[in-house]
Design a protein around this ligand. Structure first.
Ligand code: SAH
Length: 301
């Protein structure tokens, strides 16, 4: 699609150009960029955000998949010493290994991006890692423009209808803040859905789960059937009565569902279940089944 004087857009690459000044300002403000920051941007597109970040940071490295856009970006920003453009698929690229001689761009401490929405989940996973395999060199902050509906799931509080496995996975790894809503009409072409700016601050993980792999698995199981009580969703690994006792010890309502308990309570629950598994060791052990559960398939609505 291309009108007069416009850059054509590729729908397959989720290209929607952000045109709202106030939305751009909100993103930049949320990132709190300073002259010491080395920033990573994913999907610069026509460079609207790049243009604002570049003058205020030490270094900016942008990853763009579209070759034609890369040519435009090089034309506009190529001479700036603190700008580096990588052409490629962010999900495939090992950014750090591309930076051999470009020391000044290494060890980025922040991410600021209006990302392609079709790969929101994989991008967040690449930036934060997973519960069992967190990013070993976490960013100080990650500010993203994403679909509003995904933003709401990421920042959801226990008891919310949209609290799910994604909520627990992301909130376990990062503090999550909803910054502001950006309406569909702030883009050209307008996407079908509204968007939102979120800020993720990766957490120190030392005091968290003893066995992250185990936590990851029970979170997956706990949300395996929607709107079901934990004691039903977890019955393949623990007797309902045993779970009721554990939930009572943790002062959680025995009728709670996955979406009713906080991330901290999920961590506590996984510890208790793990202890139970140890006690049961040697006897017929339902926890043995855990290896067979595929935790990676996408489980959100
Ligand atoms: N930041 C711009 C563009 C956002 S649209 C703006 O705010 O206007 C999303 C951008 O991500 C597009 O430029 C698209 O080409 C790019 N993109 C899509 N898939 C990508 C991928 N896998 N890796 C890197 N960039 C990608």
């Amino acid at each position: 699609m291309k009108g007069k004087g416009e850059v054509r857009t590729r729908r397959s690459l989720a290209q929607h150009w952000l045109k709202s000044e106030s939305a751009l300002e909100s993103i930049v403000r949320a990132a709190r960029c300073t002259k010491d920051d080395r920033v990573l941007e994913i999907g610069p597109g026509t460079g609207v955000l790049t243009r604002r970040i570049l003058p205020v940071v030490e270094a900016l490295i942008s990853v763009e998949i579209d070759r034609d856009l890369c040519k435009m970006l090089v034309k506009e920003f190529g001479k700036k010493e603190n700008f580096l453009l990588l052409q490629g698929d962010f999900l495939e690229l090992d950014v750090e290994s591309q930076l051999g001689n470009f020391e000044k761009f290494q060890n980025q401490n922040k991410v600021v991006a209006n990302i392609p929405y079709n790969i929101t989940g994989p991008i967040i996973e690449k930036l934060l890692g997973t519960i069992s395999n967190p990013n070993i060199r976490p960013y100080e902050s990650i500010v993203l423009l994403i679909q509003k509906e995904v933003a709401e799931r990421i920042v959801a509080k226990p008891g919310s209808r949209v609290f799910g496995a994604l909520t627990v996975r992301v909130q376990y790894l990062a503090e999550c803040e909803y910054i502001c809503t950006v309406p569909a009409k702030a883009f050209h072409p307008a996407p079908k859905v509204d968007s939102a700016v979120v800020r993720l601050i990766p957490r120190e993980l030392e005091k968290q789960a003893d066995d992250p792999k185990f936590l990851e698995t029970i979170v997956k199981l706990g949300f395996s059937a929607k709107r079901k009580m934990l004691r039903n969703n977890l019955q393949s690994i623990i007797e309902r009565d045993e779970l009721t006792t554990i939930l009572e010890e943790l002062q959680i309502n025995p009728q709670a569902r996955g979406e009713d308990i906080s991330v901290e309570q999920w961590v506590e629950l996984s510890k208790k279940l793990k202890e139970k598994a140890k006690q049961n060791d040697g006897s017929e052990n339902k926890f043995d089944n855990l290896d067979k559960i595929d935790i990676m398939d996408e489980d959100e609505d």
